[in-house]
Write a protein that binds this ligand. Structure first.
Ligand SMILES: [Mn+2]
Length: 361
């Protein structure tokens, strides 16, 4: 595996590349150009500048998270062909600058959702939390307003104010949409882009829905082993793969993450992994705990062992962390502070070292 760290980009992330480079074992960052609207082609000069900046700090950038999918593509709306064309242009330009993997998601309208961005834990740290009843008591506008207030300096990806103004319209577009239609739209997109991904050798890695629970009546599709299977089967190319996010798939109680790693990883379909833990409070509610197995509900050793057993060679990043040691919004976006993620990265590498050494004995 290759250990990486999510970085939101110059001017968009208070954590610097200099700090990221000092995390033990860190090989590179996973980044994006957040200001470019979904559906537009990424300008080559922007990609070049981003790549040069990261390289000048001794770090690689091989994974982009995310190149977002325009709603027209998910909805199968008339404008989709132009957006797909732009997506392919972006892929070509990214390949030119050494990008090998693109993470994206197919979640309708919303990128992700939490009820609380700063939930206080007994040790004085705070973390993101999902409380189903709390969210179902809010309108989408109220939740968006809550994020805007709590996240203070930053626009939350997927929750940008401009986008939220149109949220009713966006939600209404999905009303009555059948699951089959959604899958057909995804297949249309995959069949168009995957031949280019093969030619450019860019591994496409879909991120599951986060959380895998219903919100505002929107369809939830990539939430379990069976849905992932169905999505990967839409186009059997190995370049149509998965970002295995333990915290997203694992937020459905009873999900067997190690089994998914063995199944999809064994087929060479996992290209990128988000590895984090979470702690269930009941069947649906959870908070994002520190990475250690002992502090959450997921067995991190079993997950890493499954990756090791299938010979995983892709990129891994620690995922959300708590805000600790007086980190505030000035020092990191919610879930994306420096310290707890750095601790997570070293913890995961410790497990990996033990697995490597154990296998040789
Ligand atoms: Mn994730």
């Amino acid at each position: 595996m290759k250990m990486t760290f999510r970085w939101f980009g110059h001017g968009a992330d208070p954590i610097g590349l200099k700090e990221i480079r000092q995390i033990p074992g860190m090989t590179g960052v996973v980044t994006s150009l957040l200001d470019i609207p979904a559906g537009d082609a990424w300008p080559e000069d922007r990609i070049k500048a981003m790549k040069e900046m990261v390289s000048s700090h001794g770090l690689e950038v091989e994974v982009i998270e995310s190149v977002n999918i325009h709603e027209d593509i998910k909805l199968g709306a008339p404008g989709r062909d132009k957006k797909i064309e732009n997506y392919i242009l972006t892929m070509e330009r990214l390949a030119k600058y050494g990008i090998k993997c693109i993470c994206y998601n197919m979640m309708p309208v919303l990128d992700w959702a939490r009820s609380h961005l700063y939930y206080d834990l007994p040790d004085g740290s705070n973390t993101m939390r999902y409380e189903a009843a709390f969210i179902s008591g809010l309108t989408p506008e109220e939740l968006a307003a809550r994020y805007a207030k709590e996240s203070d300096t930053y626009e939350m990806p997927g929750w940008e104010p401009e986008r939220m103004k149109k949220i009713r319209e966006a939600l209404a577009a999905y009303e009555g949409m059948k699951e089959e239609t959604f899958y057909a739209n995804m297949k249309y997109f995959l069949d168009a882009i995957i031949p280019h991904a093969e030619k450019l050798d860019i591994k496409m890695a879909v991120h599951p829905d986060d959380p895998p629970l219903p919100i505002f009546g929107l369809p939830k599709l990539i939430i379990s082993r069976d849905n992932v299977r169905r999505y990967l089967d839409l186009n059997p190319s190995k370049h149509n793969g998965l970002t295995l996010c333990t915290g997203s798939l694992g937020a459905k109680k009873g999900a067997d993450i190690p089994a998914m790693v063995r199944e999809f990883g064994g087929e060479g379909r996992i290209h990128f992994a988000h590895v984090r833990n979470l702690k269930f409070e009941n069947d649906t509610d959870f908070y994002e705990s520190a990475h250690l197995t002992s502090l959450g509900s997921l067995d991190m050793y079993a997950i890493m062992k499954a990756f090791h057993d299938v010979g995983f060679k892709g990129w891994v990043r620690p995922d959300h962390g708590r805000m600790i040691w007086d980190e505030t919004t000035k020092k990191g976006r919610p879930g994306y502070g420096l310290y707890d993620r750095a601790l997570g990265a070293t913890y995961l590498q410790g497990i990996w070292e033990a697995l490597e050494r154990g296998a040789k004995q």
